[in-house]
Design a protein around this ligand. Structure first.
Ligand code: SF4
Ligand code: SF4
Length: 302
C-alpha cells in the first residue's frame, strides 16, 4: 500500500520511485511494522504517528481515527501545516451536502413548510411522537438528540450551549418534513424487512441503491470504529452479523445496520433493514433519503 498511516501518498513521491524512501503503509500493515523497525534502527525513534496508528490498529489517521487531527500532528511542523490541520478541524464540523439519487445537491421545497404550517400541532405531535414546543414548534427526537421544528421561522433548531441555534442541514430538513407530513397512525410491527421486501422494491436499484458504500470504505475493516460511531448516535446493539445496531433517526423509523467485517479473503458487507411499518409512513424516495441521512451521520460521527 503506497499511502502512509498519516495520509501522505507515497505513490506520487519521487523519493519512493527512486527507492530512497519506502512507504509507511497503513497503521495495521506489515509494511508499517517494517518501517517502524527501520526508523528505530536508523533514527533512534519511531514516527509517533505511525507508532500510534500501529498501536491502535488504525489504517489511516485522517480517515479512520476519531481523534484526527490529534496532538501528534500539531506538535511538530511535519507532515502537515497548521493551516491544513485547522481546515480539517473546521470542515469536519460541516454536514455532508445532501444529494438526490442523480447526484445534484438537494433543496427543500418551500411548499413543504407552508403545508406543515396548516397542520394542527397537537395532531402532528400525536402521530409523529413529537412534543409541542410553544408558541409554534415541535420537538422531534432525532437519534439521541432533539430537533426543534420551528414553524414560525421555517427552520430547524437545536439547543446548543443554552441557545436554540439554527441547524443548516438540508437533508435533515427534507427528511424531517416528509416524515411530519406523511407519518400515520401505524405502530411498529416488529417485523424486520429489507428494501427487497417492500412493495416498491423495484425502486432501489441503480442510482437508488441504498448509500452504504462510504460506510464500507471506512468501517469495512474496522468493526470497533463502526461500533463507536453507532453508540455515539445512541444505537442499540443487536446480536447479529459482525456488529449490528438499531438506530432511531426518527421516532417511528428504526433502521437496522448490520456489518460483516472484510478480510483478505472476503469483502466486507453491509445490510440495512427496516420495520415493516416504514412503508406506511414514507415513500420509496424518502426511505432512500433516510438511509443517506443515517449513513452520513455514521460517517461523520465524531
Ligand atoms: S509522518 Fe510518520 S506515518 Fe507519515 S509518512 Fe512520515 S513517517 Fe510515515
Ligand atoms: S491518535 Fe493521532 S496519531 Fe494516533 S491514530 Fe489517531 S490520528 Fe493517528
Amino acid at each position: 500500500m503506497p499511502t502512509g498511516a498519516c495520509g501522505i501518498d507515497c505513490d506520487v513521491c519521487k523519493l519512493k520511485v527512486a527507492g530512497i524512501c519506502s512507504s509507511c503503509g497503513p497503521g495495521n500493515s506489515d509494511t508499517a511494522a517494517r518501517k517502524l523497525a527501520a526508523q528505530v534502527r536508523l533514527l533512534g525513534a519511531p514516527c509517533p504517528i505511525l507508532a500510534c496508528a500501529q498501536n491502535q490498529q488504525i489504517f489511516y489517521c485522517s480517515r479512520d481515527c476519531r481523534s484526527f487531527p490529534c496532538e501528534n500532528f500539531s506538535r511538530g511542523p511535519y507532515p502537515y501545516s497548521e493551516g491544513y490541520l485547522a481546515m480539517q478541524k473546521r470542515r469536519r464540523r460541516q454536514k455532508p451536502p445532501g444529494r438526490t439519487p442523480s447526484g445534484t445537491v438537494l433543496t427543500v421545497p418551500a411548499e413543504y413548510w407552508e403545508e406543515l404550517k396548516t397542520r394542527d400541532i397537537d395532531q402532528l405531535c400525536r402521530l409523529s411522537l413529537a412534543a409541542p414546543k410553544p408558541p409554534r414548534g415541535l420537538l422531534v427526537p432525532f437519534f439521541n438528540r432533539s430537533i426543534l421544528v420551528d414553524l414560525e421561522n421555517s427552520a430547524l433548531r437545536e439547543r446548543i450551549e443554552g441557545r436554540w441555534q439554527p441547524v443548516d442541514y438540508p437533508l435533515l430538513e427534507l427528511v424531517m418534513q416528509v416524515y411530519l407530513l406523511n407519518v400515520t397512525e401505524t405502530p411498529l410491527t416488529g417485523e424486520r424487512v429489507s428494501v427487497h421486501d417492500l412493495k416498491d422494491a423495484h425502486f432501489f436499484q441503480g442510482p437508488h441503491t441504498l448509500k452504504t458504500a462510504p460506510l464500507l470504505e471506512i468501517f469495512g475493516r474496522n468493526l470497533p470504529g463502526f461500533i463507536a460511531a453507532a453508540r455515539q448516535l445512541g444505537g442499540a446493539k443487536l446480536d447479529l452479523a459482525g456488529a449490528a445496531f438499531m438506530l432511531l433517526p426518527l421516532p417511528k423509523i428504526p433502521v437496522y445496520y448490520l456489518l460483516w467485517e472484510g478480510d483478505e479473503e472476503f469483502e466486507a458487507n453491509m445490510t440495512v433493514l427496516f420495520d415493516r411499518s416504514i412503508e406506511r409512513h414514507l415513500t420509496a424516495d424518502a426511505i432512500w433519503g433516510i438511509v443517506q441521512l443515517v449513513s452520513d451521520m455514521l460517517v461523520m460521527s465524531p
